[in-house]
Write a protein that binds this ligand. Structure first.
Ligand code: SAJ
Length: 431
């Protein structure tokens, strides 16, 4: 197997062709491997076959190069895993409605793999998940049907570190952590990744690799929560928290800036820490910092609404009946993704309190509200819309906004991201 990998004769299957799987498939194909992309979504398969990329970080040109030189094939047919040597699973790991890990996509992938498993394959899991998943859902499951680790199969975990839209760090130049269920598994997985990424980082087990990813993202969630709490404290004390952070970050060591906001969104930061705290409870450990961080971050929507009430109150206006224009609905700057975006909850609450709420987001022309109705962005941000707004609520500071135009034509701006920092004015209130 090691020789097959080193000579790039090993055939690769990537299961799950989303923002993680498709870039990984393209990198493996570019490195010279024969790659089979497997996904349950026929539309994705069709687009790959036509070299039409649906992932921000993969261009049509690089996709077409892999497809045309026959390095990358896409299919919905799981039985093809029979003929590959390495199976790399990059399927979603969301939260269930009751905020517990939903590993159903991994389970479904493993059910299909088990059906067509031939001896000698390396199975790698990339989906972010709680420590123990690789051993429980891959190793133990295969041993239950008589397969033996290091004899009939190998298994490893390597966390995805894809940051969609990041202009600097892509799949190839982001260090790749790798931890196997056995030494041989680690060696094989490292041999594979060393051919498709610039730097590999080997750890001693799949549990260490799983935990590493959760540490990375829990670190962010807890620090964002801490600075959100600072924001609420500074609000009480009449101190501008943004000026305080900007001053603190001049410290050249021992400090890393995080910024307050109306909450946290995306497919990673709100979810990953919950995977960790959920698993920790099985060991009788209650992870207070993560639980508290989740509470604080989720509470920021209510804090933002409460501060909006106060800002309107200063104008002797009620939220009920006021015209509120929300700028940005995506979960973070310069992305078109609304998953877990706090702006969605903010929109629903402002609507519930009777405001005439509209939004403008050039990257998100439409979204589906909690009742399943389509809500459309206003088409053009013009003077009359800004003038008619009792408050312009800055939620997601896309680079494409004309901040000067907005400032000049707005009455009051409630800026939850300090995006109007350059316009020091009574008309701009910050979170
Ligand atoms: N946020 C704040 N304050 C901050 C930073 C973020 O409120 O100081 C909010 C954002 O607005 C967003 C949420 O938190 O709603 C998450 O933001 P993020 O910057 O963590 O962006 P994500 O969710 O795209 O996180 C990804 C992660 N990448 C992977 O998991 C591979 C994360 O580990 C990266 O650090 C992050 O991108 C990044 O640095 O951009």
């Amino acid at each position: 197997m090691l020789e097959k990998i080193r000579s790039k004769e090993a055939k690769i299957a990537i299961i799950g062709l989303g923002y993680v799987g498709l870039p990984l498939a393209v990198e493996a194909a570019k490195a010279g491997f024969n790659v089979l992309g497997i996904d349950i979504d026929e539309k994705k398969i069709e687009m790959i076959r036509n070299a039409q990329s649906y992932v921000q970080d993969v261009s049509d040109e690089e996709l077409s190069a892999c497809v045309l030189n026959n390095r990358l094939h896409a299919t919905v047919d799981y039985s093809c895993v029979r003929d590959v040597d390495i199976i790399d699973i990059a399927v979603p790991t969301p939260l269930s409605k009751s905020k517990t890990p939903d590993i159903s996509f991994i389970l479904k992938a493993m059910e299909s793999i088990k059906k067509y498993l031939e001896p000698g394959k390396l199975i790698i899991l990339e989906s972010t998940t709680y420590p123990g998943t690789t051993r429980e859902l891959i190793v133990n499951e295969l041993e239950l049907i008589g397969c033996r680790l290091d004899i009939d199969f190998y298994a490893a975990f390597s966390p995805e570190r894809v940051d969609p839209g990041n202009p600097i760090y892509k799949t190839r130049n982001t260090p790749k952590v790798i931890g196997g269920a056995s030494e041989k598994s680690t060696e094989l997985a490292e041999a594979f990744y060393s051919l498709i990424v610039d730097q590999t980082v080997v750890v001693n087990s799949c549990e260490e690799a799983e935990m590493c990813k959760l540490l990375e993202n829990s670190f962010r969630a807890v620090n964002i929560a801490f600075v959100n709490e600072m924001a609420m404290m500074c609000d009480k004390m009449g101190i501008n928290v943004w000026n305080v952070i900007n001053a603190a970050k001049t410290k050249p060591f021992g400090f890393m800036p995080f910024y307050p906001g109306p909450g946290i969104g995306g497919h990673c930061i709100p979810l990953d820490p919950v995977y960790l705290s959920w698993k920790a409870k099985h060991f009788g450990f209650y992870n207070r910092s993560i639980e508290l961080a989740s509470d604080i971050n989720e509470n920021m929507v209510d804090f933002t609404v409460e501060k909006l009430f106060r800002i309107l109150n200063k104008q002797k206006k009620a939220l009920n009946g006021s015209n509120v224009l929300m700028l940005g609905i995506a979960y973070k700057k310069d992305v078109n993704d609304v998953r877990e975006s706090p702006a969605l909850m903010l929109y629903e609450k402002l609507k519930k309190y009777g405001s005439n709420i509209n939004y403008y987001d050039p990257l998100v022309p439409v979204f589906t509200d909690q009742n399943g109705s389509e809500v459309r962005s206003i088409e053009v941000l013009n003077k009359s819309i800004l003038n008619a707004s009792d408050v312009v609520l800055m939620v997601t500071p896309h680079s494409g906004f004309d901040y000067n135009f907005i400032f000049q034509n707005s009455n009051i701006i409630f800026d939850t991201r300090n995006a109007f920092e350059q316009f020091r004015s009574e008309r701009v209130e910050v979170l």
